[in-house]
Structure formats: structure tokens, C-alpha cells
Write a protein that binds this ligand. Structure first.
Ligand code: GLN
Length: 522
């Protein structure tokens, strides 16, 4: 049977529960244990796919095509695991299941109630079998939220069901620093732990977010008020890079706390891959500037996975990658004068698309290393058709009704639907031999994740290839172009998928690694 760690948060939101949960997983993995992670979000949206990125940042896409909260991206990157649609569970999904079951008559006329019907449904998702030693479950929101109460009740019951020694409760809080008195205040933490206790949950370990390390006195004081041994009161220091958090926890012997709780043998862990990143961060390395021509820059985290993938590629190439945010709506060639590479990310809607087409053209004409992602690939094809092939009417049917449809909807069943359905999740792509894509991936077939409605029109292949843009990646049925490149260019490659979802800090991603390597050469 797996052992469970529940991560809750209190005092304020945005304390970094996702990174903390992932870091606990990293400590366990470093001792050879296998780990799975799940996120429970009490809100009532049935899935996060319909939530505005303006509120929630990037929509992360799993291998099996589920649009999830970006925390799942942290888990996958930190831990090298693949999560799926049942690992991101919202309150809406739980109630939806329960109400459907009720309509279906599954409860045989019983009165349907929060306890046991909703709580049992939550426990069912928690307990879905994995073949891992540990399952870490992050509970979204903050202790005290009304909609989160039933989740706390469910994890309380769950601990009672499977035995207290098989479940660990980790709680994140904040210790604000008051400058006037020069004090770190512990009261909010005490209140938060008490709040948790009102729900029948005694925290086993605390992660106290703070600008500096807690002193032994502060640890002892918090421990005394919160019923926790002082050594289990951990400082979750503010750090400049999230990959330092596992090291911060390691230094405070967090694995030992877990080992003691679960009755595991004490063991030293191999944290070298995190040390390598920490060393990279302080190393004196050259800088490479990537111009990112996008439009969601006011939203923190809208390009989360992309920023990560560029960072990872910097680690692999021993270079600090600086991202220059270029607003597509105001794009002028001048914006690219000082960049070593141009990247056009994904996007939806016509706003800013002209600037993106112009940026792709600028990279093409000036032999600047170029990488296009999803919409970034689509605009590079539109530019090529318009300005190399000479068809000024070339466009995507997303932006113009009457045009030469070089980008259009290909899923036949949805032709009459407004824009069709999104192609979501991982799809195979066959790679043509003797191409840049083949050299980069070193494979004949790859799987990358998608999130888009429109496709490049395969009917354009002949004219594009005659003029110097080739399709180097194609769906196995030969209908959907997946990768284009310009062989005469120094480095010009674009994909219909989102490679950033599969990058990780320890190996990077082949496409991003190659892109940064090319940019460095420039
Ligand atoms: N808007 C484009 C489409 O739906 C591109 C989407 C994207 O870049 N993720 O096909």
C-alpha cells in the first residue's frame, strides 16, 4: 500500500504549496522511493480548462490531454513523472460525479449528503491505485475556506481509514516579518494550525514561509503552541529559484522527519542534480538573449512552462538565458536588434498576430535562430507563403474567412462547429530522416503535447517545399504537419505542439537545448 502525504496551506494563498509538495517528492525520490502527486482544488469549476489564464496563469496540458492547473507542471518537471486527468481533481468534478450518480439512481433512494457521499467520492480519488511508494496530495486553497472544508474532512477520514502512520499532514504557513519591531511573528502560524485542528487534523510537520531562517527559539515556540516537535518546524525560506527548495528542506533534515513518521530506514539522499542547478545559478556564465514575441505578458505565469523550458536549456548549455519580452501588438524590427534568437509562443485570437508574422519574417530574412510553438509555427508558415511563395492572401481561417487557408480546421467532424474542438494531449509525430528535427530528436517518432484547434493545411506542402520550407514532422496518417523547418537557414524550426510541457531542469528538452545552442553560436 502507498503512503500518503497531504499538503495544506494556511494564513495566505500563494505560499508555494506546489513547489513544497514537489520538493517532498524529490527528497523521497533521492532515497529511491517512487512518488505520485495529485492536486485537489476545492473550487467548483469542473475542470481548469475553462478558467481564464488571466486569473490562473498558464493552462498546463497532461499527456492524456487534460487541461490542468499549472501546479501539475511543477510536479512533472521536478519529479520526472507523468500525471493524468485523474490527478487534477476539483470540487466541481467531485460534485458533478456525485450528482450524476444521484440522477442515475446509484444511491438507491438514500439521502445524498456531503458526508458520506461527497467525502467518499473525494476519498475515492485520493485512493485511486498507483504503483508508487508515496502519493502526495496537495489540497488547494487555504485552511478556513468554506469550500475546502469537505476536503479537509475527507483527508481526516482517510487518515483514520488507512491508519495514522500511513498518512502525514504537512502544513504551510507564513511568518510575517515586522520591520519596526524587527520580529518574525508566529501567531498567524499558531492560528492556522489551530484552524486545521478544528477540522480534526493535527499537522505533523510545518513549513513556515519566511524571509530568514527561524531561530531555535522561534521553532520551539511554534512547536510548543502547535503540538509539534521543534525539529519538525521547518523554515521555507524565500529563495530566488524554486529548484533550491529541495536543498533548503534537505538541509533541515526533512527526509528524516518523514522517515521517522512512516517508519522508514534513515538514508542519505543523492541531491546532486539540485546542487548542479544551484551551482549553475551562481556561476559566471555568458548571457544569451531570446526575444519572445507574445501577448500575455501582464499575466504572471502565463508562459510558465515556456520560461521554465528556456531556463532548463540554459542549464544544459551553461549559459544564462535572458528573455526579452516583445509585445506582438507593437512589434517593430528594432525590437530584435539585440536578441540572439527569436521565439514565438502559442496564442489564441487575432490580437497581435500581425506582429508575430512580421517577427517570423524578420528571423527568416536575417538568419536569426528561430523557434515557433503552435501559433508560432502557424505564423511562420503564413509569413513564408505570403513573402516567399508570394501568396498575399495566405492566412489562418482563425483570423480571416476569405483567404488562402494555409492554416485551417482539419478535424472534419467539427467543420461546422465554431472553430472545432481543441486537439489536446500527446500525439505521435513521424520525423523525416536527414532533417534538423531528426538531428535534434535523434528519433524517427516522437510524442509531443498539443493544445490547438487549427492545423497547417497539408495541401500547401508541395509549394512550400519547392520554395524552401519543408515539413520534417508529420502525423503518422500523413494528414497533419507537425514540424516545419527551413534547411537553408541557420536554425529555423517550428512545431504545432508545445514541447515546453515535457522539458525538465535536469535534461532540458531537445528542441529548446538545440535552440539555445544555436542562439549562443550567434
Ligand atoms: N490559435 C491557434 C489554434 O488554435 C494556436 C493555438 C496555440 O498556439 N496553442 O490552432
Amino acid at each position: 500500500m502507498s503512503k500518503y502525504i497531504f499538503v495544506t496551506g494556511g494564513v495566505v494563498s500563494s505560499l508555494g504549496k506546489g513547489v513544497s509538495a514537489a520538493s517532498l517528492g524529490a527528497l523521497l525520490q533521492s532515497r529511491g522511493y517512487t512518488v505520485h502527486v495529485r492536486k485537489f482544488d476545492p473550487y467548483l469549476n469542473v475542470d481548469p480548462g475553462t478558467m481564464s489564464p488571466l486569473q490562473h496563469g498558464e493552462v498546463y496540458v497532461t499527456h492524456d490531454g487534460f487541461e490542468t492547473d499549472l501546479d501539475l507542471g511543477y510536479y512533472e518537471r521536478f519529479l520526472g513523472i507523468k500525471l493524468s486527468r485523474t490527478d487534477s481533481v476539483s470540487g466541481g468534478r467531485i460534485y458533478w460525479d456525485v450528482l450524476n450518480a444521484e440522477r442515475h439512481g446509484d444511491y438507491l433512494g438514500a439521502t445524498v449528503q456531503l458526508i458520506p457521499h461527497v467525502s467518499n467520492k473525494i476519498k475515492e480519488y485520493i485512493a485511486r491505485p498507483t504503483d508508487t511508494d508515496f502519493v502526495i496530495c496537495e489540497i488547494g486553497g487555504t485552511v478556513g475556506d468554506i469550500e475546502g472544508k469537505i476536503f479537509l474532512e475527507s483527508i481526516r477520514q482517510f487518515a483514520n481509514d488507512v491508519g495514522r502512520r500511513n498518512v502525514m499532514f504537512a502544513h504551510l504557513t507564513l511568518a510575517p516579518y515586522l520591520e519596526q519591531s524587527g520580529e518574525l511573528k508566529t501567531k498567524p502560524t499558531q492560528m492556522s494550525v489551530r484552524r486545521l485542528l478544528e477540522n480534526g487534523i493535527q499537522a505533523d510537520v510545518l513549513f513556515v514561509r519566511s524571509p530568514r531562517m527561524l531561530t531555535p527559539d522561534e521553532q520551539a515556540k511554534i512547536g510548543m503552541f502547535c503540538n509539534i516537535p521543534a525539529k519538525n518546524v521547518i523554515t521555507s525560506m524565500n529563495v530566488d529559484n524554486i529548484y533550491k527548495i529541495p536543498l533548503v528542506y534537505e538541509e533541515q533534515h526533512v527526509f528524516d522527519i518523514m522517515a521517522e513518521h512512516f517508519g522508514l530506514p534513515m538514508a542519505a539522499g543523492d541531491m546532486s542534480k539540485f546542487h548542479k542547478i544551484a551551482d549553475y545559478l551562481t556561476a559566471d556564465l555568458p548571457t544569451c538573449t531570446i526575444g519572445m514575441v507574445g501577448k500575455y505578458f501582464d499575466v504572471p505565469d502565463a508562459y510558465k512552462s515556456l520560461n521554465e523550458a528556456l531556463f532548463h536549456a540554459g542549464v544544459q548549455n551553461n549559459v544564462h538565458v535572458k528573455i526579452k519580452k516583445i509585445d506582438a501588438e507593437r512589434f517593430t524590427p528594432n525590437d530584435c536588434k539585440d536578441v540572439d534568437g527569436i521565439l514565438i509562443p502559442g496564442g489564441f485570437g487575432a490580437r497581435g498576430v500581425d506582429g508575430k508574422i512580421a517577427a517570423a519574417g524578420y528571423a527568416r530574412e536575417n538568419n536569426i535562430p528561430f523557434m515557433g510553438i503552435c501559433l508560432g509555427m502557424q505564423v511562420s508558415v503564413i509569413d513564408f507563403m505570403r513573402n516567399v511563395v508570394g501568396d498575399k492572401d495566405a492566412n489562418s481561417t482563425e483570423f480571416a474567412k476569405n483567404c488562402t487557408p494555409v492554416i485551417c480546421i482539419m478535424n472534419d467532424c467539427d467543420k461546422d462547429n465554431m472553430g472545432g474542438t481543441l486537439r489536446l494531449g500527446a500525439y505521435p509525430c513521424n520525423i523525416k530522416p536527414n532533417t534538423l528535427a531528426h538531428q535534434i530528436y535523434g528519433a524517427d517518432q516522437i510524442f509531443e503535447r498539443h493544445r490547438h484547434r487549427y492545423e497547417m493545411n497539408i495541401e500547401c506542402q508541395a509549394v512550400l517545399e519547392k520554395n524552401g520550407m519543408i515539413i520534417s514532422g508529420l502525423s503518422p496518417d500523413g494528414r497533419l504537419p507537425e514540424i516545419v523547418e527551413i534547411p537553408s537557414h541557420k536554425f529555423f524550426i517550428a512545431g504545432q505542439f508545445h514541447p515546453e510541457f515535457q522539458s525538465n531542469p535536469f535534461t532540458g528538452h531537445p528542441l529548446f537545448n538545440a535552440f539555445i545552442a544555436a542562439a549562443m553560436k550567434k
